[in-house]
Every structure is written in structure tokens, then in C-alpha cells.
Design a protein around this ligand. Structure first.
Ligand SMILES: [Zn+2]
Length: 452
């Protein structure tokens, strides 16, 4: 029963989405307990990516100071102040999803956000955040975009301190849809700023000291137990931003010697090669402990500089090792620009998955090309997708883009006579919904999902 392109697109929109990659529920540590600050339009626009890339576009980015990652108070910026940067972004897909999310959620006149509509839109944004608060606002955006469950990258205090700080009802509402993923970098003495307080707080929560090497391994296992007991689902490595993803299998004997020499501060007391060797050893243990607890591994791959540090094939020894058999690996961001190797891995190894997250929002033409290739090459149950956004606005724009790009790519194959429409529907349903259940396990279905 061949239908129309329009029917097919509608079908794809009707598939409940499980978002496998997100930061929208308060970044690594959670939203403030009182989450009703009247956040400004400039703050939402420059909450993450559009600030990160500003240094490549203009000489002076001081005007953006205090906008990224700040959600506990309103930060004011006028249109005139941000326009010189915004004007460089007008053609970027990363801007387009933000703009379209703002249009869907708040509404504005005309094609672009400019001097004539900025202030009116700013008022609407502030009013919405002040009325609902960040958490309820995100939940309503999830319902509106037919998203049932959503990953959240976190440090351990998110599922302990942050959850506990919320009222009973609010906590239940958040736990109903969130799939927390524990960022491991801090336990490896590396990564972004939240990793160190995350590690220190872990020691407090477990009433433990850094101690001897074996004691630390014990802490790592207990941290994962606590994370899982508080509703954790996966673990995450972002460490490719800071070093190579090649983790050598360093002996425990060598690691123990290095641990003694490190005296609790390996980054200071060890030579860089020794530091890497200790990290390598600890990482293998962390991955083994995660596998034993059924926690899948998500790895930031591809986008970073230099890109060779995050080539998915650097983790081939991990994927092929008997020691880590059964560990599910989610290759994030398509591994682009090393997506070819990522596809070969997902096509070869049972527990390796190819995740489109971020790719279409980074560049919609890139996303379309990579999706089309991956659908041709990788078995359909091995493809995952996620938004990788940090605000409800960018999230809504990105979900709409993901659905339309997957629809376009699949419909092209139907029209070209390459696959049947029935197959195309099956692949779309697999990408947006079914494959997440394979990746997370059937037990994920016990979660009630987001309630409006
Ligand atoms: Zn991310």
C-alpha cells in the first residue's frame, strides 16, 4: 500500500522518541532547586554551542561572558550587543535548530530573529521560565515533541544531592523520564571542571578516602553501585577532548607503583606518560566494573581537535578484548570525521552501536549524507539517535530536524525503489525507539516516561 511522502513523514512523527544523548535537564549537576529565574533570550541562545564557537568567528567575545551554562539567574544582553556574533551564525544548522525551537515554543514574527522581534520574544521567554521553571518547561517540551525518555549526562551528585534536593513530586516527575549517564572522566583525574568536585563528593558520599590503589578500585565499584541504585543507566567518556581514546592494557602492578608515586595528585606528580599509563589502567577497570553492572558505555568520538584523538578505531582493543566482552559501546556523534571506521565497527561487532547524535545539528547536509550511508551499510538495529542539546528550545528544534532528516533520507530510498515503504517505516521506528530498548535493555520500559 504505497502512501504519500506526507503520510510517511507523519508516521515518523508518530514514533515515540527515546533521546539517547542530552544535557537539557540541568547539565552535569542539575537545575537549581528554585528553577524559576526569568532566563533571557540571549542566555538561552548562548547557553552552549553558540558561545563555544564564537571565538572562531569574532575577535572579542567578552559580551558573552556569563551566558553559557548559567541557569540560576537571569543574565541581560540587548539585541545590539549580540547581533554582531549572531550575524555570523545565520546559515549554521546549530543556529537553525535554536531559531526553530524558539519559533515552535514561543513564536515570533518573520523568518529570522532580528531587531524588530527580539524584545517581544525575550519577554515571552522570560515569562515562560518564570512561570513554569526549567524542569516543568523541559517536560512540556518533551511531551510536545513526542519524546518519552531522555538520557542526561551527569556527575554522581546529580542522582544523589540534586535528586534529594527536589520535592518528592518533582523528583518523581524527573526520574520518570531521565536516563542518567555517569561521566567517568573525573575518576580518571581528567575532563571538564565538574569532574573534580564530582570525584571529591563521591568520596564523601561513600565515606572513603583516596587510600591505596586497591581502595580506589573499590571506591570506583561502589560509586557505580550507588549510581545504579539511584537510577543510573549508562556511563560516559568525554575524555577524548583531553587525550587519545587509545587505552593501553597496563598491568595492575605498574599502576599500583604509579599510584604510590602520584600521592593523590597524578596530574601533578607523574610524568605525562606515567599519568596516561595510570589513567589507562583505571579506565579498563572502570569499563569492566560498568560492564559487570550492565551499564553501557557512551563515548564522545569524532568532533574534537585534533580529530585523530577521538577516532573510534582507537578503541578497537577495548571492543575486541575478552576482558570487556558484553560491554555495549555507543559511538557518539557518528565518530565524524572518522565515521567510516565507526560504521565498520558497528557492522562488525555485536555490541557496538553507531549514534547519529549531534551530527544533523552540527550540519544538516552532513547529517543527511551520514544517515543515508549508515542506513545502507549498518544493520538497522545498530543505529541510535539523540539530540545533544542543553536547552528545551534547542532540543525542540533538533527533534524536528532529526525527524525530518530521517524521513527525507528514507523516503528517497523508497522513491528510488531501493527499499519498500514497510522497510522504511521499520527503520525509522528502530532508530527513534526500538534500538534504544535494545541498547538500554527491556527494563527501561518499566519507567513511566515523561508526564506533561
Ligand atoms: Zn553531548
Amino acid at each position: 500500500m504505497p502512501t504519500s511522502k506526507q503520510d510517511f513523514f507523519k508516521f515518523v512523527e508518530s514514533v515515540p522518541f527515546i533521546d539517547t544523548h542530552s544535557h537539557a535537564a540541568g547539565m552535569d549537576t542539575g537545575t537549581p532547586v528554585d528553577d524559576k529565574a526569568p532566563l533571557t533570550l540571549a542566555q538561552i541562545i548562548f547557553f552552549d554551542y553558540l558561545t563555544y564557537l564564537a571565538g572562531s568567528a569574532v575577535d572579542d567575545i567578552k559580551v558573552l561572558d556569563g551566558l553559557a551554562g548559567t541557569m540560576d539567574k537571569a543574565v541581560e544582553r540587548s539585541y545590539a550587543q549580540i547581533a554582531p556574533i549572531l550575524d555570523k551564525y545565520r546559515a549554521l544548522s546549530t543556529w537553525r535548530v535554536m531559531r526553530e525551537g524558539l519559533r515552535t515554543l514561543h513564536g515570533f514574527e518573520g523568518m529570522e530573529i532580528n531587531a524588530s522581534n527580539f524584545d517581544a520574544l525575550d519577554q515571552k521567554v522570560r515569562a515562560k521560565y518564570a512561570e513554569l521553571g526549567q524542569r516543568a518547561w523541559l517536560r512540556s517540551a518533551l511531551v510536545g515533541s513526542n519524546t518519552t525518555l531522555q538520557n542526561q549526562m551527569v556527575t554522581l551528585p546529580y542522582v544523589t544531592d540534586h535528586y534529594e534536593a527536589l520535592s518528592y513530586d518533582e523528583r518523581r516527575a524527573q526520574q520518570a523520564f531521565l536516563l542518567p549517564s555517569l561521566i567517568l572522566d573525573g575518576y580518571l583525574f581528567s575532563g571538564f571542571a565538574s569532574g573534580t568536585p564530582g570525584r571529591l563528593r563521591t568520596l564523601e558520599l561513600l565515606n572513603a578516602a583516596m587510600g591505596k590503589y586497591e581502595d580506589y578500585l573499590d571506591v570506583l565499584g561502589k560509586a557505580l553501585d550507588l549510581f545504579k541504585a539511584r537510577g543510573g543507566w549508562t556511563v560516559k567518556l568525554l575524555i577524548g577532548y583531553h587525550r587519545s581514546l587509545y587505552f593501553e592494557e597496563v598491568s595492575d602492578r605498574r599502576a599500583e607503583d604509579l599510584w604510590v608515586k602520584a600521592k593523590g595528585t597524578p596530574q601533578r606528580n607523574l610524568h605525562p606518560d606515567e599519568f596516561k599509563a595510570l589513567q589507562d589502567n583505571l579506565c579498563w577497570h572502570l569499563l569492566e566494573l560498568s560492564r559487570d553492572r550492565g551499564l553501557g558505555l557512551q563515548v564522545h568520538m569524532g568532533y574534537s581537535y585534533p580529530t585523530r584523538n577521538t577516532d573510534p578505531e582507537l578503541m578497537m582493543n577495548v571492543v575486541k578484548s575478552n576482558r570487556l566482552q558484553g560491554l555495549k559501546l555507543d559511538i557518539c556523534h557518528s565518530g565524524w570525521p572518522n565515521h567510516g571506521g565507526a560504521m565498520v565497527m558497528a557492522r562488525t561487532f555485536r555490541h557496538t552501536y553507531f549514534n547519529f547524535c549531534w551530527t544533523p545539528m552540527l550540519g544538516s547536509s552532513l547529517g543527511r549524507r551520514i544517515m543515508s550511508e549508515a542506513i545502507d551499510i549498518v544493520p538497522s538495529n545498530k543505529l541510535l539517535i539523540g539530540t545533544d542539546c542543553a536547552t528545551a528550545e534547542a532540543f525542540v528544534g533538533t527533534v524536528a530536524l532529526l525527524r525530518s532528516e530521517v524521513s527525507t533520507v528514507l523516503w528517497e530510498k523508497v522513491e528510488g525503489g531501493l527499499i519498500t515503504e514497510e522497510t522504511a517505516r521499520g527503520v525509522a521506528k528502530a532508530i527513534f525507539h526500538d534500538n534504544s530498548i535494545e541498547y538500554y535493555g527491556q527494563s527501561v520500559l518499566r519507567l513511566p516516561g515523561v508526564q506533561g
